[in-house]
Each structure stands twice: as C-alpha cells, then as structure tokens.
Design a protein around this ligand. Structure first.
Ligand code: ATR
Length: 288
C-alpha cells in the first residue's frame, strides 16, 4: 500500500461499530498507515455515498446493516465485479475500489467458518445444526456452512416469509425449515427429548432479541455441544447465559466472527493476513 490509505464503514446505525478499532489494530500489526471512518449512511443515500467515497479516493469500505443487500443490488446494476461469495449471499459487506473496476465481496460466511476455531476448534462436518432466524445473517453464513457438509441444518423462523425466500435461494437436501412456534410445540419437544439432538444451535435473529422473548425452549440446549449467538456484547448474551444454565458450557458469541470477517476484508484490501487470535484473546479492550 502507498502512504495512508483511506477506509470506512457505512451503515445505519453506525456509532456502535467496532470496525475502526479492529482495522486500526490490523494496520498497527503491519505498520501500515491507514484511516478508517464511520460514516452514517441512510439507505436512501447509499448510491450517492458510494460515489462520494470513490471520488474522495477511498481505497475500500465495509457495508453493514441495513445496507448489505442494497449494496449488492447496486453492484449488480452498475456492473461491478461480484465475488462468488457475495452472489451466493446476495449481499455485500466489503468493497474494494480499484481503478479498473470496483470489486464487491462478502466475508461474513468465511468469518463465521473461521470463528469455529474459538474457543476450541469445532468441526461442523456431520453435525446436526439448528439455526434460529432466516434473515440477512442466516443468508450470509448458509453457503459456507453447506460447504462443510453438516449432517443436517434445520432453520427455524418466527414467520414464514423469510423461510420462503431462503428456501428459494438455497436448494439442498441437508436443509429443512420450520416455524419457531412448531419447533417449540409440545409434540416437537417430546420427540426431540426422546430421539433427536441438535449438536449446534445458532441464534441468527436480529441482535437485541432476548430470552424473555422465549426464542426457543431451553430444553433444546441440554444435548447441544456448541451454542452460538451471532450477537455480541461485553457480557455473555442472554441467549448464551440461558444455554449455560441449561448445561451447555461450550458457548460462543459473534465477536470472533466479527474479527474474522474484518480480517478477511483487510486481506482483500491489502493482501495482508492479520493475527486474529491475538485480538480475540484481548476482546475486553474493545468493550471499554
Ligand atoms: P439480519 O440481517 O440481522 O438477519 P433481518 O434480515 O431483518 O436482519 O432478519 C431478522 C431475523 O430475526 C428474522 O429471521 C426475524 O424473524 P422474522 O422473519 O419472523 O421477522 C428474526 N427476529 C427478529 N426479532 C425476533 C424475535 N423477537 N423473535 C424471533 N425472531 C426474531
């Protein structure tokens, strides 16, 4: 890289984003000079924002909620280069601004798979997975999860609409879908307690969901080997707290995935691979 490249993250809301801290740490590791801004961008401003970042000489930027799918659509319309990963997820979180052609990618799924190294390496191959939620977060991670060939993936969602969209998009015999209310029904739970088991349970609903909403019956946690919440906070999320109360000690929040997806973006922009292990081990620094 030449001296001091400019990067940014755009989204709405954006004030909570930890991306500037992460990318500055990556920059320090390689003694690369960079700036990384948080730029609040309403969905209606997205096209204009993209143009202005290009004009101002930014080298690249991250796209976060709720703009990832809209960024993909803009890229498609404008004929930007789209990575396989972004096409599969139909959403974009990383933009590389090149002289020739702008390149769009999605590092969320790769970030998720890499996060399986924490707190101990866990192999999803041949495992039975339950994913709660069928929105953007699930769409982002599903492709790379299918590539690992779990034994099965059950996707459970509150309402039907997003299930239908996901079913249309991902066609695999490993996938089955149901409504949360059916998952939590007495008969389903009885059957599960007698014969079934989910090895891994992933909360991929939107972040602020708490167990007060009784997302799933906590009895599902009992036999699980790993519980993941894609949301993260300084303290254990309520989803993971309940999982622990029900006897599953192997829990992981979304922080490792956040670091891994950021490192993958950094790699796209600079060709350098940050030491994510070191950063994840010192997570408290990011919540001060
Ligand atoms: P994201 O990009 O974070 O996934 P999204 O695409 O809006 O955001 O999807 C949010 C997901 O969280 C959806 O699956 C949503 O369920 P619905 O499709 O029924 O709306 C789920 N979700 C949000 N709040 C929820 C709640 N209180 N209980 C259960 N599911 C919830």
């Amino acid at each position: 890289m030449t001296s001091s490249e400019k990067f940014a993250v755009i989204g709405d809301p954006i004030s909570h984003s930890k991306s500037p801290q992460l990318h500055n740490k990556f920059g320090d590791e390689f003694k690369v000079k960079l700036s990384y801004d948080k730029i609040h961008t309403h969905a209606s401003e997205l096209e204009a924002r993209v143009d202005s970042l290009i004009e101002k000489g930014y080298r690249g930027f991250n796209v976060t909620l709720p703009l990832k799918e809209a960024m993909y659509k803009i890229g498609n319309l404008r004929g930007y280069d789209l990575s396989e990963r972004s096409i599969r997820a139909q959403s974009v979180n990383t933009v590389l601004i090149r002289k020739e052609k702008i390149f769009l990618d999605n590092t969320d799924g790769t970030g998720f798979i890499k996060s399986m190294n924490y707190p101990h390496y866990f192999d999803l191959h041949k495992k039975n997975l339950l994913i709660i939620g069928a929105g953007g977060a699930t769409k982002g991670i599903l492709g790379p999860i299918l590539d690992v060939y779990p034994a099965s993936i059950t996707i459970s969602n509150r309402s039907f609409e997003k299930i239908a969209l996901l079913r249309e998009r991902f066609n695999s015999p490993l996938l089955s879908f149901n409504l949360l209310k059916d998952l939590n029904s007495e008969s389903n739970l009885n059957e599960y307690e007698n014969t079934g088991s989910f090895d891994v349970i992933i909360n991929a609903t939107s972040s602020s969901v708490s167990m007060e909403d009784s997302l799933i019956n906590p009895k599902y946690f009992k036999k699980a080997k790993l519980i993941i919440d894609l949301f993260y906070a300084k303290k254990l999320t309520s989803f993971l707290r309940v999982a622990k109360e029900y006897g599953c000690n192997n829990v992981m929040d979304g922080f490792p995935m956040l670091v891994e997806q950021a490192a993958e973006s950094f790699y796209i922009w600079t060709g350098l691979k940050p030491d994510t292990n070191r950063i994840i081990a010192k997570r408290d620094v990011f919540f001060e």
